[in-house]
Design a protein around this ligand. Structure first.
Ligand SMILES: [Zn+2]
Ligand SMILES: [Zn+2]
Ligand SMILES: [Zn+2]
Length: 264
């Protein structure tokens, strides 16, 4: 025993973004939430930053990664873990270049094997052996995340969840569950989620959606797993922050960009 706090007990999670796939406000929309002056209704695309032991683990590279990093004064990313290869979760990958410049290090990116294959296809310029276009490329080290493993000394366990016609990966990172894009959790996933101290669950709107939870489903999933704190993320312009905050049961809060939470 060193007497130092374990990585999980000192862990925090920062909401880099909490928006659904098009963000809030949405281009061309003049609904009350898109026009709201409440800064908690300004939602960049969903991603979180898990920090422990002075290191930063980014979950997904949202298209807004540059703005998120500027807002948070972030200059170090030690590793990235991807949940799935949908555009709103990966299109900020090229922004990792700037962190390569600052840190003078390559950045490992972890994803389940199929997700890694999709990312290599989407960003072929970044992963091909030859730099044909002569562009400055991010320097990344792809690593498969086929099952539970330690990343930055934190146990990370991927588990499959249903996301409309595709399977998505949710993550348990130490005592934190990150379950963004999902409309049903198979039994194995429910087992993994049990005993987490905090849970972040996506709900795009009040009503169920073909590939996402509606709000009641997200709340039910949190209540079933029983963490001490739950947060709702991946919110569309149909959800007003203050209204949602007043409606949610005790222990469950709507997340907003820039919110940092303790984990464990
Ligand atoms: Zn999404
Ligand atoms: Zn709107
Ligand atoms: Zn998705």
């Amino acid at each position: 025993m060193t007497g130092l706090p374990s990585p999980s007990s000192a862990m925090t999670a920062l909401f880099m973004g909490t928006g659904a796939s098009v963000g809030v406000p949405m281009i061309g929309c003049s609904c009350p939430v898109c026009l709201s002056p409440d800064r908690r209704n300004k939602r960049t695309r969903s991603s979180i930053l898990v920090s422990a032991g002075g290191k930063n683990l980014l979950i997904d590279t949202a298209p807004d990664l540059r703005l998120q990093a500027l807002r948070e004064g972030l200059s170090r990313i030690d590793a990235v873990v991807y949940t799935h290869a949908h555009a709103d979760h990966v299109l900020g990958l090229d922004e990792l270049r700037t962190f390569n410049f600052i840190m003078q290090e390559e950045i490992p990116i972890y994803a389940p094997p199929k997700v890694l294959d999709r990312i290599r296809t989407m960003f072929s310029y970044a992963f091909s052996d030859v730099n044909r276009e002569g562009v400055t490329r991010p320097r990344l080290v792809p690593k498969e995340l086929p099952g539970p493993m330690e990343i930055m000394g934190i146990p990370v366990q991927p588990f499959l969840v249903e996301h409309g016609p595709v399977m998505n990966t949710a993550l348990r990172v130490g005592d934190l569950v990150y379950l963004t894009d999902c409309n049903a959790v198979p039994a194995e996933g429910k087992r993994v989620m049990k005993g987490a101290s905090a849970m972040i669950v996506g709900a795009v709107r009040y009503e169920p959606h073909e590939s996402h939870f509606g709000l009641a489903q997200a709340v039910a999933e949190i209540e079933e797993a029983g963490p001490s704190r739950g947060y709702i993320t991946h919110l569309s312009h149909r959800m007003d922050h203050a209204t949602l905050e007043a409606e949610l049961p005790p222990g469950i809060r709507p997340a907003y960009d820039g919110l940092r939470i303790p984990v464990g």
